[in-house]
Design a protein. Structure first.
Length: 213
């Protein structure tokens, strides 16, 4: 497994390597919906964003993480607008076991419930299973984050149970975490499901645009 910065690009989303200079763009993305107020997802504030990026880049230097900014692509306007709307990463990368986790994912409120997260997951999972030849991908979320747990199950991931007292959240709450996984044998079905979900979201967006609007 080659753990080095890479750009993953789809029709609606481009995942670019996270850089220190993305700080202000990520602060703006997190400000859309004041995401740092979430009690079930760790989203940095203006005061903590630099340290958040620094920690991710340290993980990259150690070969343990591969962080990205999520760029939402837009074909409208001249020139087209490509906007950073969040971040995601591979972490707990285990080359010997060909295993990786996907997480640290958050999106601006305006980018939620769009094709962005669906295509980002498709790009990441494709890289993991088809480029790195992983045998297992893990997705871990707060046990209280029902929206995230439901979304992960809709991917086709399998619920593996609860890690009790798994971590301490910024507000000092001791968090239990729900663990999900996708294994290599399941990837073709999961990929087809994601491609179908993405197509449905695109059709839905097209329908919502009124002629002449």
């Amino acid at each position: 497994m080659e753990i080095s910065p890479v750009t993953l690009e789809g029709r609606h989303v481009r995942l670019e390597p996270l850089l220190a200079e993305h700080e202000e763009a990520l602060i703006a993305a997190a400000s859309d919906g004041e995401l740092w107020n979430s009690t079930v997802t760790i989203v940095p504030t203006r005061a903590t964003m630099a340290a958040y990026i620094e920690a991710a880049l340290y993980g990259l230097a150690q070969g343990r993480e591969l962080p990205f900014v999520i760029v939402q692509k837009s074909g409208t306007g001249v020139p087209p607008v490509n906007q950073i709307v969040g971040t995601t990463r591979f972490y707990e990368i285990e080359p010997n076991d060909r295993r990786v986790a996907i997480g640290y994912t958050w999106l601006s409120k305006s980018a939620q419930r769009t094709a962005v997260n669906t295509e980002a997951k498709l790009l990441l999972l494709t890289h993991a299973f088809e480029h790195w030849n992983c045998i297992r991908v893990e997705l871990i979320t707060d046990v209280l984050n029902q929206q995230s747990r439901t979304a992960i199950l809709r991917l086709g991931a399998k619920d593996e149970g609860i890690l009790r007292s798994h971590m301490i959240m910024p507000g000092a709450r001791i968090r239990d975490s729900a663990v999900f996984s996708i294994i290599a044998e399941e990837w073709p079905e999961v990929k087809a499901r994601l491609e179908g979900k993405l197509a449905a979201k695109v059709r839905g967006a097209d329908v919502s645009i009124k002629p002449g609007a």
